[in-house]
Ligand binder design. Structure first.
Ligand code: GLU
Length: 276
């Protein structure tokens, strides 16, 4: 569609496999007549490797894709995430959290808590540090979900993919999502914050990604509202699974694109395998 801007946003933590190829090709096909952008999501420095990034670019070019240079890399954009975080803090919507994973597990297993709810980021945080007023820098920064929802007012997003087409409003996010981490203590940002800041910075009008991230989308739309950023359209596509129905993982080298390439497959074969 003319004017449409979409993107493929891989994390360079391993080789591209068929699932990534499906995501990249879906975005590429949707961008026909518009723009296809690439973004390297490498905020998790210890897990992201330059050789994976180079291999990703090589695999994507081999598939026949191209994109404008320079490629946006999240590791170079920390100041932008810090600014967004400051904006949310100035609105009184954040707090510092010193809980470790095991603190959270222990709090959630207290008898009065019942079975923990599982949100898009795992067990819903019980709010232990919400009123604690910690000021140590050695802490994660969380969003106070109740205050954030109050501040944002009503919101919804439009899904254009085939799986859940239509308008979607959030369910009760204080219950189902809770006080998400906006900045991890080790990396100073989070997937949610950086993806929202960067989709806006790249002028993305259609977010194309796997359906595993559908549950995270209300979080992103909420952050867009709070930060005064536009909400794009969304297209969540099906996931590619192995013959046992298991979702392909990065460590699943058997389905790495590089392996198919080495065995003589062509990009047309890859498309056929993916049902594209
Ligand atoms: N970097 C994420 C991943 O590789 C994708 C994020 C997104 O498309 O919003 O799973």
């Amino acid at each position: 569609m003319a004017g449409l801007i979409t993107r493929f946003a891989p994390s360079p933590t391993g080789p591209l496999h068929l699932g990534h190829a499906f995501s990249a090709l879906t975005a590429w096909d949707l961008a026909k007549g518009g723009s296809f952008l690439l973004r390297i999501e490498d905020i998790d420095r210890p897990r992201c490797k330059p050789e994976h990034k180079a291999a990703i670019l090589d695999d994507l070019r081999w598939l026949g894709l191209d994109w404008p240079a320079p490629v946006m890399c999240q590791s170079a954009r920390m100041a932008h995430y810090a600014a967004a975080l400051d904006q949310l803090a100035a609105m009184g919507l954040t707090y510092r959290c010193t809980c470790t994973r095991s603190d959270i597990r222990a709090a959630l297993s207290a008898p009065q808590e019942g079975a923990p709810l599982i949100g898009p980021d795992g067990p819903v945080y019980p709010g232990t540090c919400r009123e604690a007023g910690h000021d140590t820098v050695d802490a994660a920064i969380r969003l106070d979900m109740r205050k954030a929802l109050h501040q944002a007012g009503a919101f919804a997003f439009t899904e254009t993919g085939p799986l859940y087409p239509g308008r979607h409003g959030p369910s009760d996010m204080t219950e189902t999502v809770g006080d998400i981490v906006l900045a991890r203590r080790d990396i100073g940002t989070s997937y949610h914050l950086s993806v929202v800041v960067d989709d806006a910075a790249q002028g993305i009008t259609l977010v194309t990604r796997g359906t595993d991230l559908f549950e995270a989308t209300p979080i992103h739309v909420l952050l867009q509202r709070l930060l005064g950023l536009p909400t794009p359209l969304y297209h969540h596509h099906r996931l590619i699974r192995d013959e046992n129905g298991k979702r392909l993982a990065k460590r699943d080298d058997a389905r790495a694109l590089a392996r198919y390439r080495a065995e003589g497959a062509t990009p047309i074969d890859i498309r056929a395998m993916l049902g594209l």
